[in-house]
Structure formats: structure tokens, C-alpha cells
Ligand binder design. Structure first.
Ligand SMILES: *Cc1c(COP(=O)(O)O)cnc(C)c1O
Length: 413
């Protein structure tokens, strides 16, 4: 698959990055200089449609005016106090986020992995103090194929060899079951189990949607067995899957929501654990914290993000846009160029037919046509454009995608 040659300045910029930056990512060969809405512009002035959205951290598009205004206003007041002091934007943020989630308490952190760690600590402490689990016995059931972040504890229960290998010793206290299999989950619950941690749709695994009714059964099982249900909605939430939360697709309310990514509006990292006071109330002063978590700047932006989600318009756009995108890609399945397409809102996983090559080759072909999308797990392309993408822009992405697949098909002959 041919791609346009990189300009000398872009190649030079990449060389510096690859020389001095650690090699923990394999980026597309493009150096971004500016962005607005659904568009990214490289240092040569070439414009691309963004279908990565910084792994769904940019749900509202680049430099959304309301989010930039909230940030600018807060930059002119105070940006960080630490939690040693109360700050004015903190209250409105936690109150509005709790309301969005239908819960009564919020614990703000920064990155997604930190919020997952916070949820794990919450569940363990709840297990010992409320459920009465014996000391150091608390167990959390997780799902095969999960992705919850990169800390040492979290990679301990990953089954991705790249995420794990070389990073042991691993933390105990987790058992994993096949994703989508409610009976296996039920069978894994012992007296020591305090929580089930899952992504309602697995993002990094390739937009894997569990069978219909699965989340409802997880809810019934966890409720029946006195175990917390923790939904990691860091990537699936805040409109991405066509609802405020992917759990809403089945009308399920978990005990704990873990949110991040888009909560920071793509400006600063903002994450949070959201639950009722009978769960999050286990923390007392000194038992958990973060210097930057809940900073005034984060809270001001987080409040503006919650406001953008409050009338349901973004969620409706995600649903309608996603359906249009999915319908547009149907020829890929009909012609055998893709082996599966999974879609929830403006979130699509397209499995490239192996004969066409690797998904990364197709992503290079898309880039040459002005669409930035990234492969995940070898054979899948994930499309996650900003939710503000217009129907016309969706059609543009679909057209380029069909072209890129057809060219890959022609090239193999
Ligand atoms: C991205 C992601 C995380 C980790 O978030 P970071 O901000 O990168 O630490 C955790 N869970 C899910 C489902 C994610 O997609």
C-alpha cells in the first residue's frame, strides 16, 4: 500500500521524536501542528479528518469553544490548590457529574488508570468494611481481553502479552473470566469476591460488544451475590457509544462508574470514580489522594463537559452518525473485504479481511486519503471520530474507507 512521501521537515521532526522519545507507541507518520473540530492539520499544512479522537478523549472535537472558554476563564483565576484547600470550581463539578451519573458521590483523579486503581481500592475497602471479607482476601473478577490502563496492578490482570511481559511480579487478587459469558462470571463468584470490573464495550480489544442481555445479567448476578459492579466507561462513556454511558444501552446502572478520557475535554487529564455514598464513603482523610486530582482547572473543564452532555444532543448525534457510518461500510462486508464490523454510536471496529494485509496497512492507505484512523490488535481498524462530525463528513470518511479497501484488494491481485 503506497503512501505519500513525508516532507523533509516532517521526517526530521519524527527522527527527533524517535531518537529522544521512548518507543512505547508506533504512531502514524504524521506530525500534527494544529486542530479544530474534526480536523487535524500537519506541519506541512495538510488537513486530515480525525477518526482517532485521541482514543476518544476528543469526543467534543478539537478546541470546542465552550471548553476552551471554560479553560481560559479558569487560567485567569487559579489553576491548582491541591486538596489541602477547597476550591470554588470543585463543588459545581462533583455535583454536576454525580447528577449525570445518577449517583451521590464523586472522587476526581487525573488519568484513566488512576481512576481504575481508585475503583479497585474502593471495592477492596468496601469489601473489608461493609461486606466483611477476611483481611487481604478481597478478589475482583475481571474479563478476558480487558484494557484498564498501564499501572503495575492493572497490567497484572491483563491477558495481552505486550502489556504484561517483562513487568512482573504481578499483583494478586484478580480472577478473569471470558467476556460475555454470564454463567462463567456467576461460577467465579466466591465469598471473597468484592467486585466485578468490566468494560461495557471493550475498546482496545477492538470495539467488542457483549451479547444482548449480558450487562443486565451481570447486574442481576452482582446484585444477587452482594458484589459491586464496576463499569469502566473511560472510553465507552460520555456519548461515544450513543448514550451517556454504554451501560445505558441495556438500562443497567452499575454500582461504580469509572470515567476519564473525554471528561477532560481533550485539554487536561480528568478522571473520576462515581458511586453512591454507601460505597465511596469508605474513604476518610489521608486514605487516598492525588495532588492534581480535582484541580480548579480540571473541575472548570469537567463541569463544561458535563454541561455539553446534559441535553442528550451529543448522544443523539453519536447514535445517528454511527448508524450512517455503519450503513456506509456495508459494501466491505458484502464484498468480503471486511470479516466483521461492530458499531455502537460513533465507535466502529472493522476487521480487515486477512488477504488484504494488516489493519495498519489500511490505516496508511486511509492517511494518504486524508483520514486518520488507528489499528488495534493487528486486524481491526477502530473508527472513533469526534461526535461533532457532520453527516457529510461521515460520508467523506466512508468514501475514503471504501476506496482504501478496494485499492488494497486490487493490490493483492
Ligand atoms: C484508555 C483507557 C484506560 C486508561 O486511561 P489512561 O488515561 O490512558 O490511563 C482505562 N480503561 C479504558 C477502558 C480505557 O480505554
Amino acid at each position: 500500500m503506497g503512501t505519500d512521501a513525508l516532507s523533509a521537515p516532517q521526517q526530521a521532526a519524527i527522527d527527533v521524536i524517535e531518537t529522544f522519545g521512548a518507543h512505547n507507541y508506533a504512531p502514524l507518520p504524521v506530525v500534527i501542528d494544529s486542530a479544530e473540530g474534526v480536523h487535524l492539520t500537519d506541519t506541512d499544512g495538510r488537513r486530515y479528518l480525525d477518526c482517532v479522537s485521541a482514543y476518544s478523549a476528543m469526543n467534543f472535537g478539537h478546541r470546542h469553544p465552550a471548553l476552551v472558554a471554560a479553560a481560559m476563564d479558569q487560567l485567569g483565576r487559579v489553576t491548582l490548590t491541591s486538596r489541602a484547600l477547597y476550591s470554588a470550581p470543585f463543588g459545581p463539578f462533583v455535583e454536576s457529574l454525580a447528577a449525570l451519573c445518577g449517583k451521590s458521590m464523586v472522587l476526581p483523579m487525573n488519568t484513566g488508570a488512576e481512576a481504575v486503581e481508585t475503583a479497585i481500592k474502593t471495592a477492596r475497602k468496601w469489601g473489608y468494611e461493609v461486606k466483611g471479607v477476611a483481611p487481604d482476601r478481597a478478589t475482583i473478577v475481571v474479563m478476558r481481553g480487558n484494557f484498564h490502563g498501564r499501572t503495575t496492578t492493572i497490567v497484572s490482570f491483563s491477558d495481552d502479552p505486550d502489556a504484561r511481559a517483562g513487568f512482573g511480579p504481578f499483583a494478586p487478587g484478580f480472577v478473569s473470566v471470558p467476556y460475555g459469558d454470564a454463567d462463567a462470571l456467576d461460577a467465579a463468584i466466591t465469598d471473597d469476591v468484592v467486585a466485578v470490573l468490566l468494560e461495557p464495550i471493550q475498546g482496545e480489544a477492538g470495539v467488542i460488544i457483549p451479547p444482548a442481555g449480558y450487562l443486565r445479567r451481570v447486574r442481576e448476578i452482582t446484585r444477587g451475590r452482594g458484589v459491586l459492579m464496576i463499569a469502566d466507561e473511560i472510553q465507552s462513556g460520555l456519548g461515544r457509544a450513543g448514550e451517556t454511558f454504554a451501560c445505558d444501552r441495556e438500562g443497567v446502572v452499575p454500582d461504580i462508574y469509572v470515567v476519564g478520557k473525554a471528561l477532560g475535554g481533550g485539554i487536561v487529564p480528568v478522571s473520576a470514580v462515581v458511586a453512591d455514598a454507601d460505597v465511596l464513603g469508605v474513604f476518610r482523610p489521608g486514605q487516598h489522594g492525588s495532588t492534581f486530582g480535582g484541580s480548579p482547572l480540571a473541575c472548570a473543564i469537567g463541569s463544561a463537559v458535563v454541561a455539553l452532555l446534559s441535553d442528550g444532543e451529543v448522544q443523539a448525534r453519536s447514535r445517528a452518525g454511527g448508524a450512517r457510518f455503519r450503513a456506509g461500510l456495508q459494501p466491505l462486508l458484502d464484498q468480503g473485504l471486511a470479516t466483521d464490523i461492530r458499531q455502537a454510536g460513533l465507535w466502529l471496529g472493522v476487521d480487515v479481511a486477512p488477504a488484504l494485509g494488516a489493519a495498519s496497512d489500511l490505516c496508511h492507505g486511509l492517511m494518504a486519503r486524508g483520514v486518520l484512523a488507528k489499528d488495534t490488535h493487528g486486524q481491526t481498524i477502530r473508527f472513533a471520530p469526534p461526535l461533532v462530525i457532520s453527516p457529510g463528513q461521515i460520508d467523506e470518511v466512508v468514501g475514503h474507507t471504501l476506496d482504501a479497501f478496494c485499492q488494497a484488494d486490487a493490490a493483492r491481485a
